[in-house]
Each structure stands twice: as C-alpha cells, then as structure tokens.
Design a protein around this ligand. Structure first.
Ligand SMILES: Nc1ncnc2c1ncn2[C@@H]1O[C@H](COP(=O)(O)OP(=O)(O)OP(=O)(O)O)[C@@H](O)[C@H]1O
Ligand SMILES: [Mg+2]
Length: 291
C-alpha cells in the first residue's frame, strides 16, 4: 500500500471510529533561533514514541521552512505546492520516523492571501479531512508576527512559547506573549526555557517570566520545563536526526519525554477537550477565507 492509500485508509478508520478531534499547539518565540524547530520535532517524536500519539508537524515558517533538514528527509511537495499547483494534501504529507507525519509550508510564500478564495478553501477542506487521524498537530512557526503567521497562529488552541535565559530572548518572549495575550486572552500559554546551562539558571529565567506576565498581563502561564544546553542536540542537528532518536538513553531524551508527558496530562487539567479540531478549522476558515 503506498503512503497516500495508507493515509486515506487511516482517515476512513478514524471517521468510522468517530475519533474526530485533535489538539493544535503552535510553537512560537519572540526572538529567532531559540530552538522552536528542534523542540517541536523532539516533542513530536516523544509524543509518538513514548506516548503512542499520532502527530502531524506543520512547518509554517514560510520564509524558510527547514524543519525537514532536522529529519534528514526532503518532502516532495509543500503547502505552497498544494495552493499553487493543486497538489493534494496527502501527497504533501511526508511519513517520517516512527509514524510521525510532517508537512512543509514551503519556501517563498509571502502572502497566502494572493491565492484565490477557491484554492484556499480547497486547502482547508483537505486539511480538515486529514486532521481526523491525529491526536496532535504541532505548528512550528517563524519568529515574530507577520499577518500570515498570525492567520495560522490564531487557529491554534494552545500556545507554546520558547525562550532561552538570555535577556534579549526573554524580553522578546514577553513582548510576544503580550501581543498574543491581547488577541487570544483565553488560550493556555505554556513556556519552555531552552539552552539553560543549569536547571537553576533555567528555573530563575522561567520564574522571572512567569511573574512578569502575571504582574503586568494578569495572566497565568504554565512553565512546562527546561531543556539544557546539549552537545548531543547540536550533534544530532549536524547528523540530521532528531536527538531523541539518535540518543534514546541521553538525559535530553528523558527531558523531552517528561515535557511530552506534561503536555498530554495538561489536556485534562485544562479541560481542553478533544473537540478542538472543529474550532481549529472554524478559525482557520475565518482567518483564511473571510477577508
Ligand atoms: N538545547 C540546545 N542545546 C544546544 N544547542 C541548541 C539547543 N537548542 C537549539 N540549539 C541550537 O540552536 C540552533 C537553532 O535551533 P532551531 O532551529 O530549533 O531554532 P528556531 O527557533 O526554530 O530558529 P528559527 O527562528 O530560525 O526558526 C540549532 O541548530 C542548534 O544548533
Ligand atoms: Mg525554526
């Protein structure tokens, strides 16, 4: 069975099982280069391998979608190809390691709104069809906030903010959270501090951000955890393999598994029901079609 037929079969199975929902989490940062793509990828691997979840990564860094470089595999088609040449979504979804699915935003998409309403509608209809097979869709976003990024970002039910302990990254993370909070007040925000040199350094940075957000934005954010500076992660990037697969016994792999565990548990604490697919696509339709 080829990949496209497998996907179709899974969609049919999910529809008959009435598993009609998944959680959508956008991974964002203020400053660029703080580790969004690596964290998205390794959380996805961990959700899939340690927690048996079906995960789709959508690489929505349209300026320079490059998450596939961390996977060591190149997708044949991207979301831009779907829009531009009418390629079907199932062709653009690449089956990665351990059943992980990946779709690239493609490069050079400067304005999604340049595409006709019909094309955008077809894209959303098709995406919606496929969402039924996933437990999680993780959106790897570009840094900062363009109109296009915001159109996709606004559809995610949950937001995962990445920072490092550096003051510049923290200040930008705060600005991003302020910007997002003013628009999407009620969504849960999670925080990960990446590249800390010690647990203490990471904890202090997170505490500071959590209390600043609480004081000035009156918003509770959930500190998910700390990812330490890791030579294994750097090595894995060079080898184009997710660190969690390359070094399954390393501390960093345990860290990602714990973070993934917190994310799965969080749904119950937060009453995030597995019904958010509907609102994800309702919002996507609104943002991409009603303009
Ligand atoms: N925990 C870590 N330990 C060591 N190096 C890291 C760690 N996290 C990220 N890096 C380094 O930082 C680089 C950038 O990471 P990544 O591409 O994930 O960031 P990004 O936020 O997605 O960047 P962009 O904003 O450009 O999309 C990696 O290639 C890696 O070299
Ligand atoms: Mg990135």
């Amino acid at each position: 069975m080829d990949q496209a037929s497998k996907l179709r079969a899974q969609v049919q199975r999910s529809e008959t099982n009435n598993q009609s929902s998944c959680r959508t989490i956008a991974v964002v940062s203020g400053k660029g280069g703080v580790g969004k793509s690596n964290i998205t990828l390794n959380l996805a691997v961990s959700l899939a391998t340690n927690h048996q979840k079906k995960v789709l990564i959508l690489d929505l860094d349209f300026g320079m979608s490059n998450l596939h470089l961390l996977l060591g595999k190149s997708p044949n088609y991207s979301l831009v190809d779907c829009l531009q040449y009418g390629i079907s979504i199932e062709k653009a979804i690449m089956e990665g390691l351990n059943g992980l699915h990946y779709m690239s935003g493609g490069n050079g998409l400067t304005d999604i709104f340049e595409f006709s309403l019909d094309m955008r509608k077809r894209l959303i209809d098709e995406l919606e069809n496929f969402a039924y097979i996933y437990d999680f869709i993780l959106l790897d976003m570009g840094a900062g906030a363009t109109e296009q990024t915001m159109a996709f970002l606004s559809t995610a039910e949950e937001l995962l903010v990445i920072t490092t302990p550096e003051p510049t990254a923290m200040t930008d993370a705060y600005s991003m959270m302020k910007f997002l909070h003013l628009r999407y007040e009620n969504r849960p925000f999670y925080l990960i501090c990446n590249r800390a040199f010690s647990v203490n350094e990471g904890k202090e940075a997170m505490d500071r951000l959590v209390s600043t957000v609480k004081q000035f934005l009156k918003k509770d954010i959930l500190p998910l955890g700390i990812v330490l500076e890791s030579t294994q992660l750097r090595q894995a990037v060079i080898n184009q393999e997710p660190v969690t697969l390359k070094y399954p016994k390393d501390e960093i792999t345990r860290t990602f598994s714990q973070l993934a565990e917190k994310i799965t548990v969080r749904s119950f604490e937060n009453n995030i029901e597995r019904s958010s697919t509907l609102s994800f696509f309702q919002k996507l339709r609104k943002r991409l079609l009603e303009r």
